[in-house]
Design a protein around this ligand. Structure first.
Ligand SMILES: Cc1cc2nc3c(=O)[nH]c(=O)nc-3n(C[C@H](O)[C@H](O)[C@H](O)COP(=O)(O)OP(=O)(O)OC[C@H]3O[C@@H](n4cnc5c(N)ncnc54)[C@H](O)[C@@H]3O)c2cc1C
Length: 496
């Protein structure tokens, strides 16, 4: 189904088929918008930067019924903040993330899902330039058969940290350059006792983490190693030499499968939208990959943007709804930069930092500190400003609780979000919220139910009725603010 732009090639052009671009493409399709994804690589990459997902990404995937695509999921209590250990399963355990799912697997699952929903994913197409004409965009890409031109009302740059869309679109990208370079290699045939946490030596820091199937990820950080301007990945011999300088051990006989380098540059676009062009994921924020957050925040940028852009481009709501994308997601990106910068200081610092690490090891062992840090990383503590009211659920994610619907069907609150529409969940006796929200059908589904227990971590929904957005955040709670305004703000004018 295409939206309002019959004369255009599609509704939205997305640059980049990474986690952000594919999640966005699928969410746009669920919202009824047409989407073309341009991806420069002709085949999906086998390299795997991320190795799991956070608790909020787990919920977000559950909201769309995606979890069976990942097979058995293993929650991981382990975690660290700047290499200082933190128990992420602290308290009721809700903050623990999922381990053992490579980023390549996540990207493959999202790619299949987006394609099944009808996203037009064009591999081997590198976006080279575009023009914002005021009422739309013209986009050019180099494809296998030469240059391709596409027109659409909107373009979204999900094209990673070196984003062409960000550069060509004139987005400000303030922040700090890398001060350090870390070398990474995924290797086979390496006989090393694997360690999850950093091993510190006078000359630097080493990490060796098992990835399964005999693969080990090694990372070397040498103190005082200035970042290089590289045009390609480092050779494995460079990694092995650095490893030897730091540890004295020779790992040159291992078989490298993927070699890369990364740094601690920390930058964030000052605006996530300029006219008809938006940014999501690494295109909008880069930082030291610490505590496994970048891919997760990128996916959640996409989930925040998808339903809004889909509703705008199909003419259901005014374009002003898009302003809430920057308003809600820029602070999340800023927090990501703040906590990864703090981690970089601890992680990359030399022996002079050890007393601080030792003190923090004791501090982070306390429940309150661990809860705060786990909450920062898990994404579960995000609260968006959705308007007036002070109910604790307002602006927060709807917890996953078991429900019995009025017709006796057993379900879960998260399941109600599979179609990616708004949900007015009526849990009390007052029929008025359901009656009013019915005027926004079919953008908002009205469901009457009673809770049949608590969520996996003992969560409850303590309200007579809640309005939930397609991204799973609560936009209104009975007794707190005006429902009609919340419906208008998020879903446009009533349909009936
Ligand atoms: C060593 C390392 C480990 C990491 N570990 C984790 C982790 O454990 N957990 C976590 O959450 N995050 C981790 N990250 C961060 C995570 O990998 C990124 O945040 C994530 O990939 C961002 O997703 P994205 O879709 O925004 O961008 P990308 O994954 O970079 O995808 C961008 C896509 O755009 C394409 N593209 C680029 N330019 C163009 C163009 N001009 N035209 C068309 N296509 C284009 C690229 O080919 C690519 O497919 C790690 C990063 C590194 C470096």
């Amino acid at each position: 189904m295409q939206g309002q732009s019959a004369q255009r090639d599609t509704d939205v052009v997305v640059a980049g088929a990474g986690p952000a671009g594919l999640m966005l493409a699928a969410e746009l399709r669920l919202a009824g918008a047409g989407v073309v994804v341009l991806e420069q690589e002709s085949r999906p990459t086998a390299e795997s930067r991320g190795m799991g997902f956070t608790a909020r990404t787990l919920e977000v995937f559950d909201q769309r019924g995606l979890l069976p695509r990942f097979g058995e999921l293993k929650r991981s209590p382990g975690g660290h903040f700047g290499s200082v250990p933190v128990n992420f399963a602290v308290g009721d355990g809700r903050h623990a993330g999922v381990t053992g799912i490579s980023q390549a697997r996540t990207v493959a699952a999202l790619g299949e899902w987006a394609a099944e929903l009808g996203a037009d994913i064009r591999r081997g197409h590198r976006l080279t330039r575009f023009t914002d004409t005021g009422d739309g965009v013209e986009v050019w890409a180099e494809g296998p058969d030469g240059e391709v031109r596409l027109t659409a009302p909107y373009l979204v740059g999900c094209d990673g940290g070196r984003s062409t869309v960000r550069r060509a679109g004139g987005f400000d990208f303030p922040g700090t350059d890398a001060t350090a370079e870390l070398l990474l290699a995924d290797v086979k045939d390496l006989e090393l006792p694997p360690k999850w946490s950093g091993e510190r030596h006078p000359g630097g820091m080493l990490l060796a983490a098992p990835l399964g199937d005999g693969m080990v990820r090694i990372v070397v950080s040498e103190h005082g190693r200035a970042p290089l301007e590289r045009t390609g990945p480092p050779a494995f011999s460079e990694v092995a030499d650095a490893w030897k300088r730091v540890s004295g051990d020779d790992i040159s006989g291992a078989t490298p499968v993927w070699v890369s380098s990364f740094g601690d540059a920390a930058r964030q676009a000052s605006a996530y939208r300029r006219g008809r062009v938006l940014l999501a994921g690494d295109a909008a924020h880069v930082h030291l990959p610490a505590s496994g957050q970048g891919m997760n925040v990128s996916i959640q940028d996409a989930v925040n943007l998808g339903w809004k852009l889909g509703a705008v481009v199909t003419g259901r709501v005014p374009g002003t709804l898009l302003d809430s994308y920057h308003a809600e997601r820029h602070p999340v990106g800023a927090e990501l930069l703040r906590n990864t910068r703090a981690q970089a200081t601890l992680f990359l610092g030399g022996p002079e930092m050890q007393p601080l690490r030792d003190v923090l090891t004791r501090v982070f062992g306390g429940e309150e500190a661990a809860l705060l840090l786990a909450g920062l990383v898990s994404g579960l503590e995000i609260r968006y400003d959705v308007g007036a009211g002070d109910h604790p659920l307002l602006g927060r994610r709807l917890p996953d609780i078991p429900l019995v619907l009025d017709d006796g069907e057993k379900t879960r609150s998260t399941r109600l979000l599979h179609p990616a529409r708004g949900v007015l969940l009526s849990l009390g006796a007052d029929p008025e919220p359901a009656r009013l929200a019915g005027r926004w059908a079919p953008r908002v589904d009205v469901r009457s139910a009673r809770p049949a227990g608590t969520g996996p971590a003992g969560e409850t929904v303590d309200a007579d009725a809640v309005l939930v957005r397609p991204d799973g955040y609560v936009a209104w709670v009975a007794g707190s603010g005006d429902l009609a305004s919340a419906l208008n703000r998020h879903f446009g004018e009533p349909t009936g």
